[in-house]
Design a protein around this ligand. Structure first.
Ligand code: AMP
Ligand code: MG
Length: 324
């Protein structure tokens, strides 16, 4: 996989690759990130495929500065103060998406919130300017493996998934960013990281306890996670009265559905993942009796799609326990 020293030329090339929908790995002050244009659903889906994630976790979206963040999310006084003090730097803020937020719903894993951070690393900053897009970028490792702090780690882990790896030696902080949820009162620390709890509390006053180990690994469990109001029926082979259909693959859908939208007509799982949350929302309308979904192959990204659909189809009364 192409590994290139970060120079103004390779950063400009990386910016073009990102705008064309390709993935680029780049250094931040925390760890190397696997970046995609956060406004491109398909590019964001390709991150999940490359990392072989079995679930759709929400991704951190990197921005150049607070003024850009304020275009995507409700950026209140407290967010402004935190950004003044800690940005650029290893602090990620979870904020409400603005209604006109152009960031992929998949990057939010279907939530109404988005996690934003302005990285301090000069290569990350230069790349954000070159791409002129917000960049979704989780750590550039396969799911469940250790975060990469050198470009060589990324090359070893990710095969050909990234079109380019920008090499700038070892990342200075070496642990992930602190994730702070500002959508609740008081704010809650979702993940400890590069900005210490002490530094945050000195600035903000007391904040909510860190989530128990493992909880942040399964944001699909969050109570606020989007589930359609309509009942969802999986592996649908025939229409029921009034149902809408999420179709998949190059086969004629069963007749009789009130409306049909395609996750992917060609049967492309990456395209389907990119469309999943947006299409679920589009079909979640009271004129339908329910949403039926055609069978999705349980391979590659299909596993994450089926995991998410199974959660959305599960009975709503009790919080379902974590699935493996
Ligand atoms: P990574 O992108 O791999 O560094 O991980 C992102 C971290 O931020 C994970 O722990 C996510 O669960 C958390 N995160 C990202 N977006 C959100 C969000 N909208 N709500 C809650 N947690 C989030
Ligand atoms: Mg990670």
């Amino acid at each position: 996989m192409p590994l290139a020293h970060a120079t103004p030329e390779t950063i400009a090339q990386a910016g073009m690759l990102l705008r064309s929908g390709a993935l680029v790995a780049f250094p931040t002050e925390t760890v190397y990130g696997l970046g995609a244009d956060a406004t491109n659903e398909r590019a964001v889906a390709a991150i999940f495929a490359a990392k072989a994630r079995p679930h759709f976790n929400p991704l951190i979206v990197h921005v150049s500065e607070a003024a850009e963040a304020a275009r995507y999310a409700a950026f209140g006084t407290r967010a402004e103060q935190l950004a003044d003090r800690f940005w650029p730097g290893p602090l990620t803020l979870v904020l409400r998406r603005r209604s006109d937020c152009p960031i992929s719903l998949l990057a939010s894993a279907g939530l109404d919130t988005v996690a934003l951070r302005a990285p301090a690393h000069p290569v990350a900053q230069a790349l954000l300017r070159a791409a002129a897009r917000p960049l979704a970028a989780p750590s550039a490792n396969r799911s469940g493996r250790i975060s990469p702090t050198e470009a060589g780690h990324v090359a070893d882990e990710l095969g050909d998934a990234a079109a380019l790896i920008l090499d700038h030696g070892r990342t200075p902080v070496g642990i992930e960013s602190t994730v702070l949820d500002l959508t609740v009162e008081p704010p809650v620390l979702l993940r400890p990281g590069g900005v210490t709890l002490e530094a945050l509390e000195a600035f903000l006053g007391p904040i909510g306890k860190p989530a128990p180990e493992g909880a942040i690994r399964a944001p699909g469990m969050l109570a606020s996670h989007y589930a359609p109001s309509l009942p969802l029926r999986l592996e649908a082979a025939a229409a029921r009265p009034g149902e809408a259909l999420l179709a998949f693959g190059p086969y004629a859908p069963p007749p009789g559905f009130a409306e049909v939208l395609w996750l992917s007509r060609s049967g492309d799982l990456i395209e389907a993942a990119g469309n999943l949350f947006a299409l679920l929302r589009r079909l979640d309308r009271p004129e339908f009796s329910g949403i039926a979904v055609m069978p999705i192959p349980d391979t590659g990204l299909g596993r994450a799609i089926n995991d998410r659909l199974a959660r959305a189809a599960a009975p709503r009364s009790s919080a379902s326990p974590a699935r493996a």
